[in-house]
Write a protein that binds this ligand. Structure first.
Ligand SMILES: Nc1nc2c(ncn2[C@@H]2O[C@H](COP(=O)(O)OP(=O)(O)OP(=O)(O)O)[C@@H](O)[C@H]2O)c(=O)[nH]1
Ligand SMILES: [Mg+2]
Length: 316
């Protein structure tokens, strides 16, 4: 796990563990005995493990991959004790997440570096943008926010408040304004002011409403008018609590705007954190950050080792 400025690892580790408590509890209910070494490793134990994975939304594909890896090793008598099984389970889970572990990096050759943030209603887009702006500022980058969610007046206020709190400028027009035009203004302003990063908020919308998807595609086209290489990132913010439904969100948004990365929020409020594995089994999209609470420092870079350890570790 990367060292985080001003936050000693134990405190972040405790928060990660705390955030994943519901999912860990659900997993432990299914495989606790197995991991505590109270059972021999046989077909029934493996079946219980399979059920536990499915219950936490790991999904059919990822569960099959994990079970195949473990079953092979049991057959080869490589997993004679529960310590070995625990280790093998960690390895199998981390292997699934491997293609999704790329850090969020601002390319300083792009000025400004443009990030388009999309996602359904209430997924955590605006909050994530606020937290990300703070993080980038603390890394010494200048940031400008674009209030592309013009659907609700409160949305502009919410983003403006985040901007005020972190001393980050926000480009906004009134409620009902054309989102693409707000974003156009914001990138133009960032260009003339020499700002490093523009993050564009968008309205929460249901992927079934195709006209709204068209609007996102329009925002993307307009970005390219100011800078043909923009947007440099198209990030889907996903609420982990939707479980397997998250898969259809990734699919729909990717089809509409071509995703380059994900942020998975609200892992603290759900027992379905396993959905990350289901997504990883289907898409190699980087999971840049995870949200494990509402506090400003509850948005953290995704790290497969600490994530898996926090899901499976028994002790405090
Ligand atoms: N517990 C928890 N709450 C979160 C997390 N991320 C966001 N939230 C909360 O989720 C709620 C919705 O967040 P918003 O950022 O407004 O969501 P949005 O996607 O911008 O929503 P719309 O603008 O309506 O589309 C807020 O109350 C946030 O504080 C998280 O990781 N954990
Ligand atoms: Mg919002």
């Amino acid at each position: 796990m990367p060292a985080v400025k001003n936050t000693p690892r134990p405190s972040w580790w405790q928060r990660l563990r705390g955030g994943l408590e519901k999912t860990r509890g659900q997993l432990a209910a299914g495989i606790g005995d197995l991991l505590l070494g109270k059972k021999a490793i046989d077909a029934q134990v493996l079946e219980e493990l399979e059920t536990a994975l499915l219950v936490t939304d790991v999904g059919v594909d990822a569960t099959r991959t994990i079970m195949q890896a473990l079953t092979q090793r049991v057959a080869r008598k490589q997993l004679n004790d529960t310590v070995a099984l625990h280790g093998a389970l960690c390895t199998a889970l981390e292997a699934i997440l491997e293609p999704n572990c790329r850090p969020f990096e601002v390319d300083s050759a792009r000025a400004p570096f443009v990030v388009l943030v999309v996602g359904v209603n209430g997924a955590g887009k605006t909050t994530t943008i606020g937290k990300l702006a703070k993080r980038l500022k603390s890394e010494g980058k200048s940031v400008l926010l674009a209030a592309g969610d013009t659907f609700r007046a409160a949305a502009v206020e919410q983003l403006t408040e985040w901007g005020r709190r972190n001393d980050v400028p926000v480009i906004a027009q009134g409620q009902g304004a054309d989102s693409a035009s707000v974003v156009f203004d914001a990138i133009s302003a960032a260009k003339s002011r020499g700002v490093d990063v523009v993050i564009a908020d968008t309205a929460g919308r249901l992927q079934a409403k195709t006209n709204l998807m068209e609007e996102l595609a329009k925002i993307k086209r307009v970005m390219a008018k100011v800078d043909p290489t923009a947007p440099h990132e198209v990030v889907l913010v996903l609420d982990a609590g939707v479980g397997q439904n998250g898969l259809s969100q990734v699919k729909e948004f990717d089809a509409a705007v071509g995703l380059t990365g994900l942020v998975v929020t609200k892992l603290d409020g759900t027992a379905k954190a396993g959905v990350l594995f289901a997504i990883a089994a289907r898409w190699a999209l980087p999971i840049y950050f995870i949200g494990i609470g509402e506090r400003e420092d509850d948005l953290r870079p995704f790290d497969k080792q600490s994530f898996v350890a926090a899901l499976l570790e028994n002790g405090a």
